[in-house]
Design a binder for this molecule. Structure first.
Ligand code: 5GP
Ligand code: 5GP
Ligand code: 5GP
Length: 208
């Protein structure tokens, strides 16, 4: 009997553009292992409900245990780098993601399976390549939000949610890409609901 077992309807698989995390008033810090590649990194795999709400922090009795993902660590560093300050090795970020989000899908995926599923999802898509193939490059230029969504839909078959933040000159910039995933975290699906993306109709794609 799992008193904390919670149902959820789907996952958001959320990728972040490091250039846009760093290009804000809050700035960023590179991980202790060095500057990450100029690629989208994983932010998280978030259980969600079809009405847009979501559960969080579902099981205080399931703390993050780095020993469960020891053999995934090199893939984690490459694909799920932390950019928060102060610089860290990633464990704080991964701990936060497991405890806030991962514990809410524990009835489907244990901790190891949760992190491995996110890494495998990242392998199934190449968002940066999809954008570049459509002429949308991280060159500090501005691109239409529609062209960004179309490029990702064309390459993956699914319409993404796009979230923007603002740089110090208050330009809207491409911050996160949301793809929806079935409750076993094995395949992409059409999103039942999209996040409020806060993007202007034209958005900057900053360098990193
Ligand atoms: P935490 O992430 O610890 O909950 O809080 C850090 C805050 O920074 C969050 O509210 C996060 O959403 C916010 N944040 C949003 N965008 C950026 C960004 O581009 N750069 C940085 N450094 N922080 C950001
Ligand atoms: P922000 O307020 O910066 O958009 O989001 C802060 C945090 O709230 C995110 O890092 C994430 O943990 C959570 N969050 C925001 N929007 C969603 C959502 O639509 N679904 C889920 N599951 N979590 C979200
Ligand atoms: P969320 O609550 O939005 O899922 O995750 C955001 C939390 O993770 C914040 O506390 C933030 O400080 C921390 N964090 C650590 N590294 C990163 C990073 O590279 N990007 C983002 N968005 N948050 C990070």
């Amino acid at each position: 009997f799992l008193s904390n077992a919670q149902d959820f309807d789907f996952f958001y698989f959320v990728l972040q553009w490091p250039g846009s995390y760093c290009d804000t008033k809050q700035s960023c810090c590179y991980p202790t292992s060095g500057k990450p590649a100029a690629d989208f990194g994983i932010h998280g795999l978030w259980p969600n409900y079809n009405d847009g709400s979501y559960p969080s922090n579902c099981d205080p009795d399931s703390p993050y245990d780095p020993s469960e993902i020891r053999d995934l660590i090199s893939r984690m560093r490459t694909n799920w780098p932390t950019l928060a300050c102060p610089s860290g090795d990633g464990n704080k970020f991964w701990e936060h993601e497991w405890e806030k989000h991962g514990t809410c899908s524990e009835s489907n995926l244990n901790q190891r399976a949760y992190f491995e599923a996110a890494l495998n999802l990242k392998n199934q898509v190449n968002i940066l390549q999809s954008l570049e193939n459509a002429g949308i490059q991280p060159d500090g230029g501005f691109y239409s939000l529609t062209s960004i969504k179309n490029a990702i839909r064309g390459a993956t078959g699914f319409t993404p949610g796009i979230e923007c933040n603002v740089d110090e000159s208050r330009n809207s910039q491409l911050y996160q890409v949301y793809l929806c995933v079935d409750t076993s975290a094995s395949q992409f699906i059409e999103c039942p609901v999209y996040p409020r993306g806060k993007c202007s109709s034209r958005v900057e794609f900053p360098t990193f």
